[in-house]
Design a protein around this ligand. Structure first.
Ligand code: NAD
Length: 557
């Protein structure tokens, strides 16, 4: 199969026995079509895949085409293994990706099992067929940098933000910083990627070296002009040079694929070609060189932090890699969820995306308008929908992501389902989300870092989230582990197809109450103040065991 060969079907014609199966099939096709290396089924994040291999992909497609309305397809790490009888409102697909027993959940063992063809890395939305291209991360980055702007009076205007990486995820940072009125200085070792991002508008200017980049950034910041400047250089070299010249950015972060020191992070002192040769011929030497560079990178960021720069890790395990490479104080750098995202997650506000299965842009526009109309008081949502028109292009099926709260999610899905039922849209709509959400992820290196009660490593919550989505009748439910990344995570994904039916209304009510609802409960249980304050007004029937809460507090004292 060649790149570009997979494209999502469009229109109102069904290839499957129902829209729920057809919707999931189009989501799979859309995920592959939007992938970074579709010919290898690699979607994003270096090695995150949608299916184990091409025979598995074709077998999944065939199974979905045949799947009855009371059957459930089972997919084990990207390979379909069985179809079982279930109920009409059971999930049509359940997926498990990259789950390993605790003893084996290491990067090395995952690599061995993966190489033996027994598992695959599903990232979050790659393996659960919910990837919609760069938009998802642009919006998440808009939220993160918007929350970061909170510590600068609500705007990044006049501020320079240093970061690195122009890959599938990383290239969203520049636009997100600019949407918050800031100036981005982005380092990237791959000149082809820089050229591509200049062409697609995610980079405004290319600097010839670090002083040139700094001059351009400062000039724009002083003029209160948003700008994205890229420089072709190693992130560690740039960060060190800025520190040594006393050119400290206001904010610094990074989105190279530092979670994988063999395939994701390029060591300093090597051209891309040289690095590839080294990786292939001497992988251990490559890892050592990458580790040395990460250590320099993290030390330079710590030096910036000491100098007053706001530094945070942006979900790529840079600190974990730095610590392994010998930087004991790497975790003095805070993570972005604990710093910026948690207050939203605590009240069940998180990612929510609609994918128009018709392929019609007019469906997407109509649903965007619905969101604007339903939630006029949600300033951030209104701002985002304005920016989204300008900054995001349609990739594959027309889709929109935004963040909605507990309560708002069901309201929105109900309205979409009504529109489908009453023929206001050309075809059904799939609603899905990232695994990085309120109650669907345990990842002590990121989503659950520094929980107030110390429950960072408790992985019960994503399993409960997945089981609730099965109980509620979501159409696809996925449970993932990320043993292939430093620190490891467990997470859950879900997709629900609004086919216009009354059964879909019921499934919407159940799933969109419990999916973010268990997140509110998870955060309230941990003592996150926003969740504790919201829970009594949420309509969630929470069982708060005060005796056990008091006992665990006195045990801690
Ligand atoms: N924050 C989040 O919510 C979130 C979500 C998904 C992924 N991630 C993480 O973000 C990271 C980036 O994801 P991606 O999809 O953009 O990865 P990618 O592999 O597509 O891109 C990484 C980019 O970094 C560049 N690079 C590597 N080493 C470099 C160095 N030393 N200096 C400068 N450039 C270098 C590469 O050339 C590449 O273009 C991953 O670790 C991923 O797991 C974070």
């Amino acid at each position: 199969m060649k790149a570009g060969a997979v494209q999502p079907a469009r229109g109102a014609e069904l290839r499957c026995q129902g829209w729920r199966q057809e919707g999931i099939l189009r989501m799979l096709e859309n995920t592959v079509a939007n992938g970074e290396r579709p010919d290898e089924l690699v979607i994003y994040g270096g090695i995150g895949k949608a299916a184990r291999d091409w025979p598995s992909y074709h077998a999944i497609v065939a199974a979905l085409r045949d799947l009855a309305d009371d059957e459930t397809l089972v997919v084990q790490s990207g390979r379909p293994v069985a179809v079982f009888r279930s109920f009409p409102d059971s999930p049509r697909v359940v997926l498990a990706n990259a789950n390993l027993v605790p003893r084996a959940a290491t990067t090395q063992r995952f690599g061995e099992l993966s190489a033996a063809g027994l598992t695959m890395h599903g990232q979050y939305t790659a393996g659960s067929w919910a990837y919609i291209g760069g938009q998802g991360i642009v919006q998440g980055s808009f939220e993160t940098f918007g929350a970061c702007a909170g510590s600068f009076g609500g705007t990044l205007s006049g501020r320079v933000v240093l970061t690195a990486g122009l890959g599938g995820m990383g290239s969203a940072q520049g636009p997100a910083i600019a949407m918050n009125q800031g100036v981005a200085l982005v380092c990237e070792v791959d000149e082809t990627k820089i050229a591509n991002r200049l062409a697609d508008g995610r980079v405004d200017e290319i600097a010839k070296d670090v002083p040139d980049a700094w001059r351009r950034c400062r000039k724009a910041a002083d003029g209160r002009q948003p700008l994205v400047v890229a420089v072709a250089a190693n992130a560690a070299d740039v960060a060190e040079e800025l520190v040594s010249r006393g050119m400290l950015p206001d904010v610094a972060t990074d989105q190279t694929s530092a979670h994988d020191l063999l395939t994701g992070y390029v060591p300093a002192g090597y051209s891309l070609v040289e690095a590839t040769r080294l990786r292939e011929a001497h992988p251990d030497e490559y890892r050592r060189a990458a580790g040395t560079t990460v250590a320099r990178h993290v030390r330079a960021l710590l030096a910036m932090r000491n100098g007053g720069t706001t530094v945070f890790e942006y979900g790529n395990d840079l600190r974990g890699a730095g610590k392994l490479a010998g930087v004991a104080e790497a975790f003095d750098i805070p993570g972005f969820v604990a710093s910026y995202v948690r207050p939203s997650f605590a009240v069940g506000r998180g990612p929510y995306r609609w994918v128009c299965l018709s392929g019609e842009e007019s469906d997407r526009v109509a649903i965007d308008t619905t969101a604007r109309t339903l939630f006029p008081e949600d300033d951030r949502l209104q701002q985002w929908l304005g920016h989204a028109e300008r900054w995001t292009a349609t990739e594959g099926l027309p889709a929109r992501i935004c963040w909605l709260g507990h309560g708002a999610r069901a309201l929105m899905a109900r309205e979409i389902n009504r529109k489908v039922r009453e023929g206001e849209l050309a075809a059904p709509v799939a609603i899905t989300r990232d695994h990085l959400d309120s109650g669907s992820c345990s990842y002590p290196g990121r989503e659950t870092e520094n929980m107030p009660d110390g429950s960072d490593e408790i992985a019960d919550w994503p399993y409960l989230n997945a089981m609730l989505n099965v109980a509620g009748g979501a159409d696809l439910v996925a449970i993932h582990q990320n043993a292939g990344i430093i620190g490891g995570s467990c997470s859950a994904g879900m997709t629900l197809v609004c086919d216009g039916s009354e059964l879909a209304d019921e499934r919407i009510d159940r799933c969109f109450a419990s999916d973010p609802g268990i997140g509110v409960v998870r955060h309230a249980t941990a003592g996150v103040p926003e969740a504790v304050a919201y829970l009594p007004h949420s309509g969630i029937h929470a069982i708060h065991n005060q005796a056990s809460d008091q006992q665990s507090r006195s045990d801690k004292d």
